[in-house]
Write a protein that binds this ligand. Structure first.
Ligand SMILES: NC(=O)C1=CN([C@@H]2O[C@H](COP(=O)(O)OP(=O)(O)OC[C@H]3O[C@@H](n4cnc5c(N)ncnc54)[C@H](OP(=O)(O)O)[C@@H]3O)[C@@H](O)[C@H]2O)C=CC1
Ligand SMILES: O=C(O)C1=N[C@H](C(=O)O)C[C@H](O)C1
Length: 234
C-alpha cells in the first residue's frame, strides 16, 4: 500500500517505521497542508499534525477522495463538518483519540466500571488524570475526553471540566512531565478505599501500530469509522 504521512513529527516518524515493517511504502511525508497534486499516488493518508491545522488538512484529503486516518487531537469542534465532507466526497475517514489496542480495551473497561459505579455515586468521588510529555499542545488529552465521554454515556454525570467543580461534573487533571508518552488514570475514591484503573503507554509504538492497522483496514471502505469497527469491539 502507498501511504502518505501528513505531519512528520514524533508520530509521523514512529508510523513510518511500522509502515515499512509491515511491507508498505511511504510515498509522501509532509509537514504542511498537502496539495491535491501531492496526493495523487496515495492509497491512504495518515494525518498526525497539530490541532490548528487538522481541519484544513482533512478538507484537502477528503476532497481529493483520499481514505484518511486522523490521530490529531484538539480539533473536534469541526468533527461534524469533516464527517459530512467524507460522505459528500464518497470517501473514507477514521478519527481516533488513541489508536493503541490497549487504550481501546481500556475504553471498554472504563465504560463497564462506570456502569457499576453509577449505583454508588453517593459513596465514591470520581477523578480523571492524564499525564503527557511537555511538548503536548492540547489539554486535556483527546484520550481523556473519550474516557470522560464513556463515563457520561453510562452514568448520571453530564459534563467534564478542568476548572469547574460540581455534582455532575467529572474533574480532569492534566499533568505535563518530560518524556511521558501517555498515561490515563480513572479513580473512584470513598472514605474507606480507592478503586483505580489506569493505562500507561511505554512508547509511541502502540499508537503507531494501531494507526497503520487502521490504514490497512480502511483502504477499500467508504464512510466514517472508528477503532471499534477496526478492532471489532462493537
Ligand atoms: N490518536 C493517537 O493515538 C495519538 C495522537 N497524537 C496526536 O497527534 C498529533 C501529533 O503528535 P506528535 O507527532 O507527537 O506532534 P509533533 O509536534 O511531534 O508533530 C507534529 C508535526 O506536524 C507538523 N506540521 C506543522 N504544520 C503542519 C501542517 N499544516 N500540516 C501537516 N503537518 C504540520 C509539524 O512540523 P513543524 O515541527 O515543522 O511545525 C510536526 O512535524 C497531536 O495532536 C497529538 O495529540 C499523538 C499520539 C497518539
Ligand atoms: O500528544 C500525545 O503525545 C498523545 N496524544 C493523544 C491524546 O491526546 O490523547 C494520544 C496519546 O495519549 C498521546
Amino acid at each position: 500500500m502507498k501511504i502518505g504521512l501528513i505531519g512528520y513529527g514524533k508520530m509521523g516518524k514512529a508510523i513510518e517505521e511500522i509502515v515499512v515493517e509491515r511491507g508498505h511504502e511511504v510515498v509522501l511525508k509532509v509537514s504542511h497542508t498537502p496539495t491535491p497534486e501531492e496526493l495523487k499516488d496515495i492509497d491512504v493518508a495518515i494525518e498526525f499534525s497539530r490541532p490548528e491545522y487538522a481541519y484544513d488538512n482533512l478538507k484537502v484529503l477528503l476532497e481529493s477522495n483520499t481514505p484518511t486516518i486522523c490521530g490529531t487531537t484538539g480539533w473536534l469542534d469541526q468533527q461534524e463538518e469533516v464527517n459530512q465532507l467524507t460522505l459528500a466526497n464518497n470517501t473514507a475517514f477514521l478519527y481516533a483519540s488513541n489508536f493503541s489496542l490497549g487504550v481501546n480495551l481500556f475504553f471498554e473497561l472504563n465504560q463497564q466500571l462506570a456502569r457499576m459505579m453509577n449505583k454508588y455515586r453517593a459513596e465514591y468521588n470520581i477523578n480523571l488524570e492524564e499525564i503527557h510529555h511537555t511538548q503536548k499542545l492540547d489539554a486535556p488529552s483527546g484520550t481523556a475526553i473519550t474516557i470522560a465521554e464513556g463515563i457520561i454515556d453510562n452514568t448520571s454525570y453530564n459534563n467534564w471540566s478542568m476548572e469547574e467543580q460540581g455534582e455532575s461534573i467529572i474533574p480532569i487533571e492534566a499533568k505535563r512531565i518530560e518524556n511521558v508518552p501517555g498515561t490515563h488514570i480513572v479513580q473512584y475514591t470513598s472514605e474507606v478505599d480507592t478503586i483505580e484503573i489506569s493505562h500507561t503507554a511505554h512508547s509511541r509504538k502502540g499508537f503507531a501500530l494501531g494507526a497503520v492497522i487502521a490504514a490497512e483496514w480502511i483502504a477499500d471502505k467508504k464512510g466514517v469509522f472508528s477503532m471499534k469497527d477496526v478492532l471489532e469491539l462493537n
